[in-house]
Design a protein around this ligand. Sequence first.
Ligand SMILES: Cc1cc2nc3c(=O)[nH]c(=O)nc-3n(C[C@H](O)[C@H](O)[C@H](O)COP(=O)(O)OP(=O)(O)OC[C@H]3O[C@@H](n4cnc5c(N)ncnc54)[C@H](O)[C@@H]3O)c2cc1C
Length: 392
Amino acid sequence: MLKKTNSIYRADYLNLIKNFTTHEQQEVLNTFLKFSQKNLPLIEKCAWERHCDPKLWAEMAELGCFGAHIPEKYSGTGLDEISYALMMIGLEWGDSSLRSNASVQNALVAYPILSYGSEEQRVKYLPKLATGEWIGAFGLTEPNHGSDPGSLETKAMETEGGYILSGSKQWITNANIADIHVVWAKLNGMIHGFLVEKGRLGLTAVSMSKKDSLQAGHTGEYTLDEVFIPKENLLPESAGLKCALKCLNEARAGIAAGIIGAAMFCYETAWDYVMERKQFGIALAGKQIIQVKLADMATAIAQGLSTSLHLAELRERKAADFSHVSMLKRANTKIAREVASTAREMLGANGVSSEYPIMRVLKNIESVYTYEGTYDVHGLIIGNKITGIPAY
Ligand SMILES: Cc1cc2nc3c(=O)[nH]c(=O)nc-3n(C[C@H](O)[C@H](O)[C@H](O)COP(=O)(O)OP(=O)(O)OC[C@H]3O[C@@H](n4cnc5c(N)ncnc54)[C@H](O)[C@@H]3O)c2cc1C
């Protein structure tokens, strides 16, 4: 049985959304929340069958979420930061895979083209990404290099008319279905971003079919066996690891907000359950320990939502630095992990049944807690900023 209620506003105990966002911004949240609510049965089916139904991708595209951070002149919708955060919350209320699709497309593929690309590259690729006609992927992680991408081994060699890329990438969202890959590789020892289109000779991308998390989304791995790409596919301003890290920073900001949507979903599901489920003669909601759990969950969500809106506001004023983003990616994924775990416990045995959605969410959160910098690595980023001493 799927959950039946749908009041994200009940999980917003401090009424932050109603009081600190505009009517237009709330409309963005409501649009994506409605999309998630309507599609919950399909999301469940996808997670069970381990794929993303193209219908979900098409509807997300129609709602404009793939061009949310792309300017209108390249067919995007150019949302403000608070609307963007609320969009991510609405999507992740449905499933972290959906929010991941939006994160990758906007922050990890469109952003580097927008920031480090030539005008010809922007005109060629951004409208296709904004409208969802093309799916993008961002390849930084390799089989032997995750938290330490500076050591990556994929190489680019200059050749007549372009570059030859060799290496492999693993744990890449949408890599197996992507039309375009942003591939990070070393050219003369320095990391650069390259655009590799699907179908290039020597590019072999496959699904990582044993993944037990984000099952309603795709994750792939690929090898680059002396793949030739033309000169114009180098992102001209992308030299240095910091360029790749800036993309991650963009994506982390969306994750920091979005994951609170997953926590809200778990809170609502648990609330529904304990209001109805009777043990020892009355609804579980009437038991002290259950009430304290609900209070702890609502408090943690309020903290995460409040700081997410604050971060979005700082980003709108260009006043947020990368360590602020790290702090909230770290703190909010932990909040969501704890809220989801408590919700699972409150559903008893039903908490481990796929008849109820909590295990799906809990499994998703394990990836979100790990990708785009693990919880501990973000602790080290913040520690470095606080002390000035890198301890990686
Ligand atoms: C579903 C999913 C989707 C992903 N999508 C993408 C994508 O689209 N593009 C992409 O490039 N990558 C992607 N990733 C990869 C992700 O970013 C990496 O998994 C992540 O950065 C961690 O790297 P790792 O798995 O190699 O772990 P490792 O770096 O091997 O870390 C293992 C453990 O060691 C800890 N650790 C690492 N360094 C230190 C240190 N200095 N001190 C103390 N502890 C440390 C970590 O916190 C972790 O607990 C994805 C991952 C997943 C799970």
